[in-house]
Design a protein around this ligand. Structure first.
Ligand SMILES: Cc1cc2nc3c(=O)[nH]c(=O)nc-3n(C[C@H](O)[C@H](O)[C@H](O)COP(=O)(O)OP(=O)(O)OC[C@H]3O[C@@H](n4cnc5c(N)ncnc54)[C@H](O)[C@@H]3O)c2cc1C
Length: 415
């Protein structure tokens, strides 16, 4: 079958790989080079299966409410009046019950566990390097009360088999001795020994090369303008470089997915661009970045060593598709990173980046077919798209083949 994949982020390229393995003819189009144009470029790099908790919860309700009245350095709400924001916001608020928070977290965890298994298969099959670190992730807390408040999350994931070790400060320093100089910032943490990290941009670029050798084609500089359908069949995709047709299409445009299908097909996808920021710091001789990655919970600072660079990332900002950034946007990340990891790298030469998490209200991705018989959605992976990419790629390939996916995709339909 000829398959056209719209979008060459980590989700589009992992999907290309699975479809090529199944023997299809695959083409990926993107307005930029694969791995460069969206969130896959500068994310925190965490394969955070041990942290797959839904954002929507009774606690989030309080944070949302407060954000309209007071400024928060990490959670920034710039109220929008467009229907995408209002519609998404109402659906998100509806997820903020204990029952739905638990249900969505378990669905997220299921897909993350499956996806990590598929990632490990891809790595074993391809053997390329992408600053992979399989020594676990550490979720850190500055104070005991905050840690105690998250006990229910830890228990929820432990009950479904996630190995999570609650650790005190001494054990934190055993796991990450590079934090000895910032020990006053830590009360303890949760160690997820099976979690991992890696650079998703390098992974995407390397996997694209593998796909090319398998016969896949990648075209960059192709800006998709609209999708044209006749009845319930997609006929063609119109771009700045002409029209493209295929037997089936996969929509993997990250945070931009809803724009295209809403304008072209009248389909309203519940995906909102939640902006985040990251800083990539070169690691030079004498620097001592943490040996594993993780997250500092109170500051929501994700961090990961990535070979010759060290990445830190934070902030959830609701501000539409405003892609720009100013030096002030990074003040919180920079000061927190310097406090926690003063000797991790050369902060003077850091690279600054922002990108959009394609968030759904539930936190689970959007998979499978909607109204159109030959359009498959693989989008809306939110803050864990790198973690979920290899699994949702396999699920998409199975759905295209008419097979049942290996895990349930309940809660992940087109919405
Ligand atoms: C700050 C930050 C930190 C994160 N940290 C983590 C983490 O630690 N772990 C984790 O698992 N996930 C993390 N994520 C989430 C993860 O990065 C995303 O979920 C994932 O990269 C989404 O991949 P994607 O391929 O769907 O989208 P993208 O990587 O955004 O790719 C979408 C592609 O579509 C293309 N495109 C869009 N519109 C058009 C058009 N009209 N025509 C042509 N091309 C178009 C873009 O150029 C882009 O290449 C983070 C995200 C952010 C922003």
């Amino acid at each position: 079958m000829e398959i056209l994949i719209l979008g060459g982020g980590v989700v589009g390229v992992t999907t290309a790989y699975q479809l090529l393995k199944d023997g299809h003819q695959v083409k990926v189009i993107d307005r930029q080079a694969p791995g460069i144009g969206g969130a896959s470029y500068g994310n925190a790099g965490l394969i955070a299966t041990g942290h797959s908790i839904a954002w929507g919860s009774p606690k989030a309700l309080k944070i949302w409410f407060n954000s309209f009245f007071q400024e928060d350095p990490v959670f920034r709400m710039k109220f929008q009046t467009d229907s995408q924001f209002i519609g998404w916001g109402l659906k998100f608020l509806a997820q903020c019950t204990e029952y739905k928070a638990k249900r969505n977290s378990l669905a997220k965890h299921r897909i993350c566990v499956y996806s990590q298994k598929k990632l490990q298969e891809v790595v074993a099959e391809t053997k390329f390097k992408y600053a992979q670190n399989t020594n676990g992730l550490l979720y850190l807390y500055r104070n005991q009360q905050a840690m105690a408040a998250n006990n229910s999350h830890i228990r929820l994931l432990q009950e479904v088999g996630q190995a999570l070790e609650i650790v005190d400060k001494e054990r934190v320093l055993e796991i990450i001795p590079e934090m000895r100089d910032s020990a006053d910032q830590i009360a303890g943490g949760v160690f997820s020994a099976t979690d991992e990290s890696g650079d998703s941009r390098i992974f995407t670029e390397q996997l694209m090369e593998v796909c090319r050798k398998m016969g896949g084609t990648f075209e960059s500089g192709v800006s998709i303008e609209r999708i044209e359908a006749s009845g319930t069949t997609i006929k063609r995709v119109v771009t700045n470089c002409g029209t493209y047709s295929a037997d089936s299409y996969v929509l993997s445009l990250g945070a931009w997915s809803p724009l295209l299908v809403s304008a072209s097909l009248g389909v309203r996808l519940s995906v909102y661009p939640v902006k985040g920021y990251s800083i990539t710091i070169p690691v030079e001789k004498g620097h001592t970045p943490p040996r594993i990655g993780g997250l500092h919970e109170e500051d929501l600072l994700g961090f990961a060593p990535m070979g010759d660079h060290f990445r830190v990332s934070s902030i959830s900002e609701f501000n539409g598709y405003d892609a720009g950034h100013t030096p002030e946007d990074f003040e919180h990340i920079l000061s927190t990173a310097k406090k926690l990891f003063p000797n991790a790298g050369n902060y003077e030469k850091a690279e600054y980046w922002s990108g959009f998490r394609p968030m759904t209200p539930e936190g689970t991705p959007i998979l499978g077919k909607g109204l159109h018989s030959n359009l498959f959605y693989n989008t809306g992976h939110g803050h864990l798209g790198w973690t979920m990419s290899c699994g949702t790629a396999r699920i998409t390939a199975d759905l295209i083949a008419g097979k049942s996916p290996e895990i349930s995709t309940a809660l992940m339909g087109v919405r």
